[in-house]
Design a protein. Structure first.
Length: 119
């Protein structure tokens, strides 16, 4: 094997080994809702070209609870579902370090918000 080929092969391995981490969105991971909202865990992950929220504990484990698009600067827009009430709202999320402020609104007038913490 020639030395030049080996150098290029090693560069390729290093480039692609970091590609998965580079493509992950900062919002991805496990998040915990406030205790007064059940304290459930929510997994935020890529789903196609969107970012999905899937309940990871409690009564609704495995159910999708939201779908967002990244808007830039730690902001996300999409929908969020209150599974207990079976209602879906216009949703927004704002990432600030290990805190994610989630909000949902009906007709941009009646809104609720809660802060989730990264686990």
């Amino acid at each position: 094997m020639n030395r030049k080929f080996l150098q290029y092969a090693l560069v390729g391995v290093f480039m692609f080994s970091g590609a998965g981490a580079a493509l992950a969105d900062p919002i991805e991971g496990m998040w915990k809702r406030p205790a007064n909202k059940g304290g459930t865990l929510e997994r935020i992950h890529k789903c196609g070209d969107s970012i999905c929220v899937t309940v990871a504990s409690g009564d609704f484990n495995g159910k999708r609870a939201g779908k967002f698009k990244a808007m830039g600067d730690g902001k996300y827009e999409g929908t969020i579902t209150d599974l207990a009430a079976d209602k879906t709202y216009v949703g927004k999320a704002k990432l600030n370090g290990n805190v994610l402020k989630m909000s949902g609104c009906i007709a941009k007038v009646f809104c609720r918000a809660e802060n989730w913490t990264r686990q």
